[in-house]
Design a protein around this ligand. Structure first.
Ligand code: C2O
Ligand code: CU
Length: 481
């Protein structure tokens, strides 16, 4: 018999995830089966990569675009030849993309035709608290709610997803996620690749069983990697530059992306939109919730050749391929990445400091506490700049062991932040730009600063490994005037 003490020690050392019941790691209260049988066999590059559907406004007024979305259960082909039940916004997996313009309001009427409560959060948006999709502000099955988004912010790649208390991880996993792009006429003037050369890649893992069912379970049991809803697809590109808006929408894992042949790329933006100046890179580490925008030049590749985007953080039991680009033709390309992309107002000096410690064991906590919607954890004054020290208190595990459950992805609602420091050193290009999500490997500490605003009200900060937030790794912040 294994002694309880040694079990605890393994767990404390961040040991084998299987010693801890999956429900404890996710706080899952859902009765859905997490039992896995046989994953669907799937050959890579069996389907062309689709682009998410674009949502058309139901109506336009002088100031606003009005949309309607029905959340409903339907079926989608994630793995070639299999029909999988999914929870969707408007019947598509992922949900339809909303194209917004800076300064023009978007109003979305969300109708819940699912049999679970939902709450729609627009990740990365400056919105009033009542439109933020707070965990307790749910839409009951059969109900509806209308959300208002002012879009008084810079162009950026946002996404909307579920946030219903204890349910968000499974709801997002089952399909409740869609893109929301804020555009800005000034950004459109830049010579960046645009139009059909500006492509979103929504990357996430999944567990599709041989019978087509989708099982919500630990990431180490999720061998399928989807891009825009299809398992390891391929896409045809011209030998020219493309802008790729990369999203990690995995609920419980990080990915490390690079091209199999080390094709370099230029990072032009992150969560909060364009960087001030571009940065060259060869790989990207992305945890749940993060966005990175890159420009890749496929003219380095001859027409007729292919290049594969890989996840080097795939487990030994998984395939590393994520997406194959087939370079099919030459093209005239007048686009380029300017040396200066934008300018951002520097943040004032912080006047308030706080610290936050995130733990996986014994429970998913922040500063030792589980989320309680009736408890205010932080009160911040509107307009105040604060410096937050955020620590992942779990110890690293020996290389080669699955450690997804020990990573945290710290996310704040309402405002963006700057990463000032990582592990005592000034933040480097990996943490550049305006962020709303920052990754923390086991043992890491970051310092971030932000100005609380532009609205007062009740908001959240939490881990964006949604299994963790569903399990309670979330805090309430009240911004007061
Ligand atoms: Cu993308 Cu509170 O979440
Ligand atoms: Cu976490």
């Amino acid at each position: 018999m294994v002694q309880r003490r040694s079990l605890l020690k393994v767990a404390a050392a961040g040991g084998i995830a299987t010693l801890v019941p999956w429900s404890r790691l996710t706080g899952s209260t859902a009765a859905q089966a997490t039992e896995v049988a046989e994953p669907a066999h799937s050959a890579p590059f069996a389907h062309p990569m689709p682009l998410p559907a674009v949502l058309r406004p139901a109506r336009r007024t002088r100031t606003s675009d009005l949309y309607e979305i029905r959340m409903r259960q339907t079926r989608a082909e994630l793995v070639k030849g299999l029909s999988t039940p999914v929870r969707t916004y408007g019947g598509t997996f992922p949900g339809p993309t909303v194209n917004a313009w800076r300064g023009r309001e978007v109003v979305i009427r969300q109708i819940n035709e699912l049999d679970v409560p939902t709450a729609v959060h627009l990740h990365g948006a400056h919105v009033l608290s009542e439109h933020d999709g707070l965990p307790m502000d749910t839409i009951a099955p059969g109900g509806e709610r209308t959300y208002h988004y002012p879009n008084e912010q810079h162009a950026a790649s946002l996404w909307y997803h579920d946030h219903a208390h204890h349910l968000e991880a499974e709801n997002v996993y089952r399909g409740l996620a869609g893109l929301y792009l804020i555009r800005d006429p000034r950004e459109e003037l830049l010579p960046l690749p645009s139009g059909t050369h500006d492509i979103p890649l929504v990357i996430r893992d999944a567990r599709v069983e041989a019978d087509g069912s989708l099982v919500y379970t630990r990431p180490t049991d999720c061998p399928h990697m989807l891009v825009n809803g299809k398992e390891r697809p391929y896409t045809e590109v011209a030998a020219r530059k493309y802008r790729l808006r990369i999203y990690n929408t995995c609920v419980n894992r990080y990915v490390r992306l690079r091209f199999a042949d080390n094709t370099p790329f230029t990072v032009i933006g992150t969560d909060g939109g364009l960087l001030e100046s571009p940065v060259q890179a060869e790989d990207l580490l992305m945890l749940g919730g993060e966005r990175v925008e890159v420009v890749v030049d496929f003219s380095r590749h001859r027409p007729g050749t292919s290049v594969v985007l890989e996840n080097t953080a795939a487990l030994a039991t998984e395939r590393p391929e994520v997406l194959r680009f087939d370079v099919t033709r030459t093209a005239v390309d007048l686009s380029y990445v300017p040396r200066r992309l934008t300018w951002r107002q520097p943040l004032p000096r912080p006047t308030v400091e706080r610290s936050f410690e995130l733990r996986t064991f014994p429970e998913m906590t922040i500063n030792g506490r589980l989320y309680d919607p009736n408890r205010t954890d932080v009160t911040a004054r509107l307009g105040t700049t604060e410096l937050w020290t955020v620590t992942n208190a779990e110890a690293p595990v020996p290389a080669g062991r699955p450690d997804f459950h020990l990573w945290h992805s710290f996310h704040t609602h309402l405002t963006y932040f700057r990463v000032v420091e990582r592990n005592g050193k000034p933040a480097d290009s990996r943490d550049a730009g305006l962020k709303d999500t920052v990754t923390l490997a086991p043992g890491e500490t970051v310092k971030i600063k932000m100005t609380w605003g532009p609205y007062a009200g009740q908001y959240l900060y939490h881990c964006h490994q949604l299994g963790h937030s569903s399990g309670g790794q979330m805090g309430r912040i009240d911004v007061v005037d």
